[in-house]
Design a protein around this ligand. Structure first.
Ligand code: SAM
Length: 396
């Protein structure tokens, strides 16, 4: 495989000479060349940036050096062209699946942007000659593309045949089949009083495989519920649960009002936050809680949220469990509750929720799900707190 990296800070890419990638280069599995974009400038100051048309803050990378650098790459290719990858926070998310696709290419070129990014015409010009993909490392802004290229090249190159000695170790890794990896242990079997799970010492390969698969599901439910297919998490068909986004706030606000009217009647009070809070407060809630929503043919019909208690980190709080009034009584609420419980961190010992003292239907459902009512007044006036102990789960 050949990789070219274009940057105004070639030294930033020195780590690409180390470890697995360095070895792959030594062994001839990888031909990696780092080029200084300033070598393609023609003025005394080797200028690569200029002020943006239309005004605004910051500088924009000029098109000419990029054009010249890409021309030189193409001229070097003897008829072949690279797949150009441009790291950028506005790109498609870089994923293991994408790493695998790119690992099968013969030639990749990476263009490291700086400042406010690269003049848009560079992308257009490049796309007329080669495939171009803009890829983001994650939903945050770095100062330049170099760190993103280090991460992407490492993820891609270790998938090139021959680079990682034991190819089997690649198959079981996180994200390879949509789940996170199970916890791993090595000698000694007891360390600082902490024991390795006994099943791993049993020699029973079937039991070990089952334990590992269960750990993968538990870990994925706890840390990345968005990766878990609803049927896997719930054992309930046809229910698609998604992580809520800020774009769900308006519909959530409407659903809350519809769902909590019956609670207002049951508790003879309108002073119930989900019934009265502003859209602004719903948006704030989405930032402070992990919230999930269920949609039916596009319509938002249910939701639940969870978070670690600020007062007691071993407690997982479940809240705002709601199902559209016309769809209640079909098991959606129970499925959502089970989902929110499954998303609790592995070290959570207690599940907590709160409901109106007069909310007879809710109380019945929670008791059936194994919750016990705590003594006295709940966290909010006119409510009760309910808790359920959670089975300890091994593995961090
Ligand atoms: N103004 C740009 C925007 O808002 O989309 C951000 C430019 S950023 C300060 C400068 C460069 O850093 C980008 O051109 C890109 O190469 C790189 N970069 C920043 N965040 C990134 C991310 N999340 N993933 C990949 N590259 C990123």
């Amino acid at each position: 495989m050949r990789i070219d990296v274009l940057s105004i800070f070639p030294d930033y890419l020195d780590p690409l000479g180390l470890s697995l990638i360095g070895k792959a280069r030594e062994q001839g599995l990888l031909d990696l060349r780092v080029r200084d974009l300033r070598d393609y400038t023609h003025d005394r100051h080797r200028t690569v940036d200029d002020t943006p048309y239309g005004g605004g803050a910051g500088m924009v990378m000029k098109p000419e050096p990029w054009g010249a650098a890409l021309d030189a790459l193409v001229a070097d290719g003897a008829g072949a062209v690279p797949h150009l990858v441009v790291p950028g926070p506005g790109g498609m998310p870089f994923s293991q699946a994408m790493a695998r696709t790119l690992a099968s290419e013969e030639w990749l070129a990476f263009a490291c942007g700086r400042y406010e990014g690269i003049d848009e015409r560079v992308y257009e010009d490049a796309a007329s000659r080669m495939p171009v993909t803009v890829l983001s490392l994650g939903d945050y802004v770095l100062s330049g593309g170099e760190v993103a290229v280090l991460a992407m090249v490492e993820a891609i190159v270790r998938l090139v045949p021959g680079v990682v000695g034991n190819a089997e170790s690649l198959v079981e890794e996180s994200h390879e089949d949509g789940l996170l990896e199970y916890p791993v242990y090595t000698r000694p079997s007891v360390w600082r009083g902490l024991e390795v799970p006994s099943v791993l010492l049993s020699g029973d390969h079937g039991a070990i495989a089952r334990w590992r698969q269960r750990q993968r599901l538990l870990r994925t439910a706890a840390r990345r519920p968005d990766l878990l297919h609803a049927s896997e998490a719930l054992g309930s068909e046809g229910l698609e649960i998604h992580v809520a986004t800020a774009g769900d706030a308006a519909e959530l606000s409407t659903l809350q009002r519809a769902c909590w009217v019956s609670e207002a009647i049951a508790n003879a009070s309108l002073d119930i936050p989900p019934l009265t809070e502003s859209l602004q407060a719903v948006r704030q809630g989405l930032r402070e809680w992990r919230t999930w929503v269920v949609r039916d043919s596009g319509r938002l019909v249910g939701s639940v949220r969870g978070r670690r208690s600020a007062q007691d980190p071993s407690t997982w709080e479940v809240s705002r469990l709601m199902v559209a009034p016309d769809l209640q009584g079909r098991g959606i609420g129970r499925a959502l509750l089970a989902f929110a419980e499954g998303a609790a961190p592995e070290d959570a010992r207690t599940l907590w929720l709160n409901t109106g003292r007069g909310s007879a239907d809710n109380l019945r459902m929670y008791k059936k799900a194994g919750y016990r009512i705590g003594p006295g007044e709940g966290t909010f006036p006119g409510t009760v707190d309910l808790t359920k102990l959670r089975q300890p789960v091994r593995g961090g």
